[in-house]
Design a binder for this molecule. Sequence first.
Ligand code: ADP
Ligand code: MG
Length: 584
Amino acid sequence: MNCISKEDVHKITSGQVIIDLVSIIKELVENSIDAGTGLLEITFREYGLESIEVIDHGTGISSADFTTVCLNHYTSKLVDFDDLARVNTLGFRGEALSAICAVADLEITTTNKSGSFKLSYTNMGELDQCQPIEHGLGTKVVVTNLFKSLPVRYKNLQKTIKTEFTKALQFLYNYVLIAPNIKFNINNVVGGKKRNLIITTGDNRVLDNFITLFGYKSIDGLNPVNLHNDLCKITGYISDTSIGKSRISKDRQFIYVNGRPVINKTLAKIVNDAYQMYNPQFPVFVLNFIIDTNDIDVNVTPDKLTVNVNVDIMELRDLFVGYFEHSNGSQSLSQTSISASRSKPTFNESSLRKSSLNKPSFSKFHPVHNLVQLLDSDIPFLSYNPHKEENDTRDENIDKMQNLYTKDLNAILVTKLNFNDMKIIGQFNLGFIITKLNDDLFIIDQHASDEKANYEQLMNSFKLENQRLMTPININLNVSERFQLDNHLIDLKGFKLNKNYQLTHLPVYKDQEFDETDFLELISTGKLTKIHKICAMKACRKSIMIGQHLNRSTMRKVIKGLSRLDKPWNCPHGRPTLRHLSKI
Ligand code: ADP
Ligand code: MG
C-alpha cells in the first residue's frame, strides 16, 4: 500500500470543489461580493478556455494574508465552527482559491493600504512571487490553463466549452438579479474581438436588470413581494396570477436565502404550488428568503448551493396563498381545488391534483407506497443552474425513487427488463392486464401502455415542414439565448432566423401551425409542447381502447412492448401504466 503524495491528494480533492467553469465563476464572483465591491468586470477569453478574469473594487487583500489566501481552509470569514451559525458572507470554507490553484494557474493583483501587488501561486497554493505594481482599487484575479493538469477533464472542457460557457453566463444571472447595486460588465473575447454580454448600471433597480437579461416584456406582470412571518421575511418580485403573466416552465425562477443563490426544492415548491392554485402555469420570480442564520444550514455541499432551511412549510405556503389571493389579477382556478387544499393541508397539492386526473377505476388499486416505479430511467444531470428547466414528471419520479430507496423498504422494484419475465394471468374488466412476476401481482392499464408505445414511436419519427414568412418577426432574445443560437446549441426544429435574430421560417405540421410563442418555449426549455400534444393525441386515437377484448398474444405484445420503451411508467398524459396489486 502507498500513501498518496500531498500534491496529489490536493489535486484529487480540489477537483471536487472546482468541477467546471461555473464553479470557478461562482467562487470568484462570491469573493468579490464578500469584499464589498460595487463593480464586477468579468472577462472570459475564448469562452474561458484561455482565461477567466474577475475584477472588483472591493477591500483588497491585506499584505499579511498574501501567503495564506490560497492555502486550503484559510479564510478571513470564519474563525471557529460556532461562527458558522452566524456566517453572512457567501464564502467561509476557505477552499476555493486553494482548489483553483490545484486545477489551474492563478494570478492575483490587489490593492491594500500598503500599495498594489501582483501575486502568483504554486499549484499547492503557496505564494510564488510578489511584486509591487500599478493597480487601481480592489482585486483582479486571473485564472488560466483551467484543468490543463487533469488531461481527461481538460479534453472534456475543450469539447463542451460553449455549453459550459452558456451555463456560467446563466449562473451569473443569479448575482445580477440579487445584487442590483453592483455594476456588472461581462465580456467574452474571441479571436481578439471583445464582445460585451451583460452590462448593468448598479443603480439598485432589480427590474432594470431583469430587462437587461430578459427583455422589456419580461417585467410585465411582475409584482413586488414583501412578506413576513415569525421565522422569515421574503422580498423580491413574482408574476401576478392572471393569464398571460405566467410561463410554461420554471426557467425564470430565482431563489435566494439571505442573498445567497440556492437550490432549495422545498421553497420553490411552496411558491409554485401556491401560485398554481390560481394559474396552472409557473410564475417568474426573484425571491430572497431572509431567515435567521441559526435556522439554516449552508454547509451541506462544498458549493454551498444546497441550503437546508428550518421553516414551517404550511405557514409559508399560507403566506403565499394569502398573497396571491389579495394581489391583483388573482382568479382561483376552481373553488374545489382551493377548498380541497384547505381541508387537506399538504404542500404538494399540485401533484395531487395531477394524480386526480387518473381514471378512478385504476386508482382503486393505488396504495401509493406500493407504487412500482422506473428505477432504470436516466437521472437528469444536475447542473449548477438551480433554475434550469427540468421535466416536472421526471423530477417527481426521482423524488418517488428516493422515497422508495430510503423510506419504503417494502417497495417492489421493477426494471424495464422485468416486463419480459411477467407471466400473463388474464384480462380484467376489459381494461387491464393482470400479470405475475415471482410472488407479485401487477395490474397493467392496456390503453395507457399501448398509448405510450405509440407515443414514443411517433415522437421518434416526428418531422416538421417549415414555411417562409412574408415579413420576418422580431424576437427579443437575451445574450445567452443569442449565444446558443449563434453556436447551434439548440435544435431549432424547423424554425429559422436571420442574422438580426428575426424569425424567417415557422414550422408547420399538417394543419397545425407553430408561432413565435412556440419559438420562445423552445428557446427556454428546448422543447415544443405542441409536438408532444400532437403525438399524444395521435397515439391515443390509434391505441387499444378500454373495453376492448384482448387475446393472449396481444396482451403479450403490449407487455413486451413496455420493456422496449424509453419511459414505460406513465402514459403521455401522466397516468401510470402499471401498479402493484398484491403479494401472493
Ligand atoms: P472563502 O471565500 O471561503 O473565505 P476563498 O478560498 O474563496 O475562501 O478565499 C480565501 C480568502 O481570500 C478569503 O477569505 C478572502 O479573505 C480573500 N479573498 C479572496 N478573493 C478576494 C477578493 N476578491 N477581495 C478580497 N479578498 C479576497
Ligand atoms: Mg470564497
